[in-house]
Design a protein around this ligand. Sequence first.
Ligand code: HEM
Length: 553
Amino acid sequence: MINHGLRQLPSPPGVLLPILPVRTLATPGVLAAGFAIAGYASHGAYWVRHEFDEQVARIIFGVNLTLFSLTYFFSRDYPLVYAFCFAASLVAIYEFVLFATISVYRLYRHPLKRFQGPYWARLSAWWKVKHIAKAGTHYGLTNRLHEQYGEIVMTGPNNLSINNVEAIQAIYSSQSHCTKPTSYLIGGLVSVQSERDPHRHRVRRAVWDKALGSNASNAFFPRLTQMTELLARRIAEHEGQEILVNDWMHFITFDVMAQFCFSRDWGQLATGKIHQGIKYASEYLQFAVYGTQVPWLAISLMKIPFMPEPQSAMMDFSSKALDERMQQEPEIPDAMSYILSEKEPGAQQFLSKHDLESDVFMIMLAGADTSFSVLVNLCFRLAAQPEYQSRLREEIAPAFSTDSQDKTIVNWPLLSSATFIAALINETLRLHPPVPSGMPRVVPPGGLRIPLGNASSDTSLNDAKYIQIPGNAVVSVPTYRIQRDPRYWVEPHSFVPERWTTKSEMILDKRAWCPFSLGTYGCAGKYFALMEIKLVIARLVLDFDIKFVKDMS
Ligand code: HEM
């Protein structure tokens, strides 16, 4: 054996560490201690200070490189298997101490430790994954946690859910400096919604505001009325039969978005068959529910070559749709007409093919699935309380042309200013928000102070005037829960559209209504969404009675 100046150790067989030679002072004990100290020190120096979700693939590569370098180093003195085992033991010591340090920190020393929450949720995000699977939905789990722990709950190792109306302004308003966390990066998308850099987001958002705003939506209105008319005709073909509202609301909302965004005819209304794109979209959404809880894993999986990607089918689909759209300019401008003709120099850098594909992908989900959910829930509510149908019919009838049979001639200003239909939609959005879980935001490094007003119900916060949230915590307001909170709504679980018209005393704090979120990252398609929902529901109620099928309620 060649001795490279190493101190030769006695080698009692069967005990791995002591039998290996190491250089000069670096005895196995010293090396093991060194790796242990490195594990402990790196937690404070790196892991706790930096966001590493995007770096995990690189970190795994670095660990392997360290392992092989150490193996090479030791193999110069010892057989390869021993060298590898020793190197692996050192890496394992580093990892063990690091994980132990992280665990102790999260359980006993974390800046959020004063907030209540399930013990294991403090330790790992996997707790949430397991319990979302059990509860069935993310918002269902959050709701249960608030019932158990009160107004502020620690729902993950660095996550707080805050059920207080003041938190909505502090976290989401345009004055807030909170940003989006890494969970927005799952799926490898680079859409306007997943843009985390505030400056880049502002530039991209300005372009999308034009594409989805009131001018663009109003220009699309005539086509929207034609599509709604087709929906009414197709449903009329099933007169006297039972139809599944979910199917037809899927058809109209996804067909509309495909037309509005890139002038594609998905043909679902005409054929009555579900388009493959909807299947892709729901597969991705299922992945997103869990992926957003453990973003480091979801992001890393995307980087493994040949790994089946949950978003790939939808992405291919978006890519093809975009290619076809770019070859032909439609007669009536669509959202892409605004985006592709954008001349603003700053905006150009965000109009690469991949950016646009991601945007198309995102807009199909953000724009169709949400309106779908409102329409289905509104049909449900109208079927449950049919008296509202006759009242609605009376209100909206004047908006449809009376002197001709052509129901595609609709007076949009009249329909848009009708109050009862707006009240029905507001109340549906309150009880059934399409995005029911709170939108996560990262608190700026300097922390966030949320004034509590008089509305705190949490006994542990009784005397507090504000809640101080430490920097870099991920916070959210649980939309579903706050929109049913008795502090802000009288009879919070009852469907009472009149609270938006004649019974305003039933709204104790209107700021607790936030289905579209607000501020910089709030919904860009609100105007269009309300236009579409109003027109579809008005057109249906004009001709049909909505009823539950026999034996359903
Ligand atoms: C009733 C229907 C809708 C509801 C309740 C809704 C709700 C929301 C919410 C809560 C957000 C914020 C998401 C977050 O912070 O992560 C959002 C974002 C967004 N929505 Fe909607 N939405 C609806 C319909 C639409 C429609 C029809 C479109 C497109 C035509 C659209 C386009 C967008 C876009 C582009 C964003 C991202 C904005 C950004 O990050 O700057 N939404 N929406």
